[in-house]
Design a protein around this ligand. Structure first.
Ligand SMILES: N[C@@H](CCC(=O)N[C@@H](CS)C(=O)NCC(=O)O)C(=O)O
Length: 325
C-alpha cells in the first residue's frame, strides 16, 4: 500500500483483520461525483462535469467491484464516452501492474507502470491501498472516485444525454434495491472474501454460513419470478449480484472454501446467471481466464500458484476481451 505517497513493499492481499480474525475491507478514499452540470454529488467536490472523452476507468477483470463499473458502462452505452485500461490479473510486488498479460492494455492516459502511480498523481501524499476501480479525470489529472458503488450510480445518472439504456436505480424501486444491496454486500459479495481471508475457524464459518444462507434466499426469490431480482427491470442490484455469482464456481468454491454447493447446483441462480450473460454487453466484461489466474495467484491462499484446470463452464468460454471493451 501507499503510505504518505510512498509505496510500501510488504503489502498483503489480506487488507486487514479485526479482533476475531475477520477480513476488513478498506474504505474508499476519493468520493467526487461526475454530474451533468458539474455540481457536487452526494459526497466530494464539484467540478466534474459530464463530457465525452474526459473520463477513464482503470479496472482489473478479476475484480468484482471493478467489473460492476464495466457492466454499468456497457449497459449505459458509455463505451465511446469513457475509455478503459485493464491491468494484469496478477498483482506484483508493487500491486496492480499494466500490460503484458493477454487481454490487458497499457495505461495510455498516464503511461503508468503500476496503478499506485495514478493514486500519487492524484494525491502525492496518499495513504491507502491502490485499488481498482478508479475513475480518472483526464482534464483535471486526478481521481474522481475509487468506490465502485458510487461509480455505478454516476454512470447511471451523472452523464446526462451521453448515456442511454435502462435506468439502473429507478426512483420507484430504490427502497427495494437498497434493501437487497444491504443484504447481498455483507453476506455474499464481501462474504466470500470474509470466508476466503478469515484467519480463524469461527470467522470462516460465520462467513460461510452467511454466503450459503444468502444464496438460499436468492434461489427462492428467483425461483418465484425473474428474470432479474426485481422482475423485468435490470437494476444495479443485479450488477452487484452477478459479479459475485459469475466468479463463484471458478474461484470462490475452491480458493475461498465456499464449497457447500456450487452455483450450478442452484437451478434458479444458474438460470439467472444465464439471463444476465445474455444481456448484450455483459458477457464481454467477463474473463474466466483472468479471474482464475488472478485469484489463484494470491500467495497467502495458494502458495504454489497452481491454477486449477476446471471447472467446465460451457457458458463462460475464455474470450479475449480488450478489443471488445
Ligand atoms: N471499495 C472498493 C473496493 C475495491 C477493492 O477492494 N478492489 C481490490 C480488487 S477486487 C483491489 O484493488 N485490491 C488491491 C489491494 O488491496 O491492494 C470498491 O468497491 O470500489
Amino acid at each position: 500500500m501507499l503510505i504518505e505517497g510512498k509505496w510500501t513493499a510488504n503489502w498483503q492481499p489480506v487488507q486487514a483483520t479485526d479482533a476475531k480474525g475477520g477480513f476488513v475491507r478498506q474504505i474508499s478514499g476519493f468520493r467526487n461525483w461526475v454530474t451533468p452540470d458539474g455540481s457536487a454529488g452526494p459526497t466530494g467536490d464539484a467540478g466534474f462535469a459530464a463530457e465525452a472523452g474526459r473520463y477513464h476507468l482503470y479496472v482489473a477483470l478479476i475484480c468484482p467491484w471493478a467489473s460492476r463499473t464495466l457492466i454499468a458502462r456497457k449497459l449505459k452505452r458509455l463505451e465511446d464516452a469513457i475509455s478503459v485500461s485493464i491491468v494484469n490479473p496478477r498483482l506484483d510486488e508493487e500491486g496492480w501492474v499494466f500490460g503484458g498479460y493477454p487481454g490487458t492494455n497499457p495505461d495510455g492516459i498516464n503511461g503508468a507502470r503500476h496503478l499506485h502511480e495514478i493514486y500519487t498523481r492524484a494525491d502525492p501524499l496518499y495513504t491507502g491501498r491502490a485499488t481498482v476501480p478508479v475513475l480518472w479525470d483526464k482534464q483535471l489529472g486526478t481521481i474522481v472516485n475509487n468506490e465502485s458503488a458510487d461509480i455505478v450510480r454516476m454512470l447511471n445518472s451523472g452523464f446526462g444525454d451521453l448515456a442511454s439504456g435502462p435506468d439502473l436505480y429507478p426512483a420507484a424501486l430504490r427502497a427495494e434495491i437498497d434493501a437487497l444491496n444491504a443484504d447481498i454486500y455483507p453476506r455474499l459479495n464481501n462474504g466470500v472474501y470474509r470466508a476466503g481471508f478469515a484467519t480463524t475457524q469461527i470467522a470462516y464459518e460465520e462467513a460461510f454460513d452467511d454466503v450459503f444462507s444468502m444464496l438460499e434466499i436468492l434461489e427462492a426469490r428467483l425461483g418465484k419470478g425473474g428474470p432479474f431480482l426485481l422482475g423485468n427491470a435490470l437494476t444495479e442490484a443485479d450488477i452487484r449480484l452477478f459479479v459475485t455469482l459469475v466468479r463463484f464456481d471458478a474461484a470462490y468454491h475452491g480458493l475461498f472454501k465456499c464449497n457447500l454447493r456450487r452455483l450450478v447446483d442452484y437451478p434458479a441462480l444458474t438460470g439467472y446467471l444465464d439471463a444476465m450473460l445474455a444481456v448484450p454487453g455483459v458477457a464481454e466484461t467477463v474473463s474466466i481466464e483472468h479471474i482464475k489466474a488472478g485469484y489463484y495467484s494470491i500467495k497467502t491462499l495458494n502458495p504454489n500458484g497452481i491454477v486449477p484446470k476446471g471447472p467446465d463452464l460451457p457458458g463462460l468460454a475464455p474470450v479475449s476481451v480488450t478489443g471488445q471493451l
